[in-house]
Every structure is written in structure tokens, then in C-alpha cells.
Ligand binder design. Structure first.
Ligand code: F6R
Length: 259
């Protein structure tokens, strides 16, 4: 089962996950990080900057989960721009080592296969950061996605477009399509770290961690992975049935065990 860590607040979640990433990079300077976008991972990137801001991270490699299709790559809300602004620049990563799926219409038919080949060539992802959508999506694998899916083009649900409208001038500007790592791709990362904050994520978190494994809740795919850490605040944890057990387990976690 996933290890569920209930933290006091959002900065504590960022610090906890940043510590784990720092440990990984200390042991393996060319570690491969799976990078999520959206609001949820921002406290992790901020904490990483505080923790490792002065360090030489030029060997670190990274793969973003997803990108909008047809968006101008220079648009401030393209995931290429977001990853550059929130991750690559503050941490002074080497831009050539950080990959984002190519959402350009030109070549979109082979962009998924190209991305899969690049992840394979890098030896796979060591630690994948994940958020979760209110409809249970991870990456942009919307409800109904195959658990065997690989990087490909998907249609965003009306709910996801509504949720993401806050990043754009209007909902009409939110792209209809995206290119996302598949659930099968995500499941091949060696460690999955899912974060979620706030009441609006409570249902998706509970179903992903404790619900039936089902395509209707893509996040439930994490139950198939042997090493998953779910870091949530109290509000996002509020619908978990085994909440007392998660607290008890974490309080009694052996000191030698990382996340
Ligand atoms: C982003 C991604 C999505 C988000 C999810 C939650 O790369 O893959 O799955 O993690 O939509 O978004 P936020 O964090 O903005 O609530």
C-alpha cells in the first residue's frame, strides 16, 4: 500500500519531499526526476531551491509529465515555460537535460513515442512527483485512461479545463488537448510521490489510495506500484478511512528508512 504522510501544512510537505529529492541527488548527481506542473508541486520546488539553491545541479535530468497540445511553447502557461520558470531557472538545472513532451502540432503523431524513447534512454525516472486532479487524473490521464497507456495525446475533460482556467485569461483559452505520460509510463518510475492539498482533493485522494483500482479514478493506478508516498495536508486527508493507521505508521517509521 502507499505510505500516507499527513503533514501540518503545505510548506511542511514541500520540505519533506525536497529532503527526499536532495537525498536522491546527493547519492546520484545525475538522478532523473519526474516533474509535475500545476500548483501542487510548487512548494516542493521552492523548498528544493532553499535547500539546494547554491549546489551544482547541472547533471540532474528531468521529464515533465505533460504539456498542452497546440499551445505556443513561449506562452507563460505552457508547461515548457512553467518548468523553465519554476524549476530549471531557480535550481540552475541544465535546460538541455530537462524534457517536456512536444505539444507542437507539427510532429504530434510521433511526439509520444519520441518521449517514451527519451525516458528509456535516460534509464527511467527515479522519483516521480505527482499531483492529482479533482477528477482523479494523474498526469493528464483523465478518467477511463488505460493502466497500460504510454505517452500520447488526450482530450482534457470539461472539469480539468475549468480547474485550469485560473491560469488563463478565460476558459476558452485552455487548450482542449494535451500530451501526457501514460499511466503505464508513470508506473515505471522507481518511486512515486503524490502530493495533494485542500478539501477539493479529499475525494480523489481517498479513492486513489483506498478505493477500488479502476479506470474511472486514474490515480488508483498508484496501488499497483511497490513504492508510493502520498503527502497530504489534513484537508486532503479528511476522507481517508485508515487515517489513524497512517499517522501511527508514520510516527513509528524506522529512522533508517527514507520516504
Ligand atoms: C500537472 C499534472 C496534473 C496536476 C493536476 C493537479 O503536470 O500532471 O495531474 O497535477 O491537475 O493540478 P493542481 O496541482 O494545479 O491542483
Amino acid at each position: 500500500m502507499a505510505e500516507v504522510v499527513i503533514v501540518e501544512d503545505v510548506p511542511a510537505a514541500g520540505a519533506l519531499v525536497a529532503d527526499e529529492i536532495a537525498r536522491l541527488i546527493e547519492g546520484r548527481p545525475d538522478a532523473v526526476l519526474g516533474l509535475a506542473t500545476g500548483s501542487t508541486p510548487l512548494p516542493v520546488y521552492e523548498a528544493l531551491h532553499r535547500r539546494l539553491g547554491g549546489a551544482d545541479l547541472a547533471q540532474v535530468r528531468g521529464f515533465a509529465l505533460d504539456e498542452y497540445v497546440g499551445i505556443d511553447p513561449h506562452h507563460p502557461e505552457s508547461y515548457r515555460s512553467v518548468i523553465a520558470r519554476e524549476v530549471v531557472e531557480p535550481l540552475r538545472l541544465n535546460p538541455s537535460q530537462i524534457h517536456v513532451p512536444n505539444g507542437s502540432l507539427d510532429g504530434i503523431e510521433h511526439a509520444g513515442a519520441d518521449y517514451e524513447a527519451a525516458i528509456t534512454a535516460a534509464g527511467g525516472v527515479d522519483l516521480q512527483i505527482l499531483g492529482i486532479g479533482t477528477d482523479g487524473h494523474i498526469g493528464f490521464n483523465e478518467p477511463g485512461s488505460s493502466f497500460a497507456s504510454r505517452t500520447r495525446v488526450k482530450t482534457l475533460t470539461a472539469q480539468t479545463r475549468k480547474d485550469n482556467a485560473r491560469f488563463f485569461d478565460s476558459i476558452d483559452d485552455v487548450p482542449m488537448h494535451c500530451i501526457t505520460q501514460g499511466l503505464g509510463t508513470i508506473l515505471q518510475a522507481r518511486h512515486l510521490v503524490m502530493l495533494a492539498f485542500g478539501e477539493s482533493k479529499a475525494r480523489a485522494v481517498a479513492e486513489a489510495v483506498e478505493g477500488p483500482i479502476s479506470a474511472i479514478l486514474p490515480g488508483s493506478a498508484i496501488q499497483l506500484h511497490p513504492h508510493v508516498t502520498v503527502v497530504v495536508d489534513e484537508a486532503a486527508a479528511s476522507r481517508l478511512k485508515l487515517v489513524d493507521y497512517y499517522r501511527y505508521t508514520y510516527a513509528n517509521k524506522p529512522a533508517w528508512q527514507g520516504l
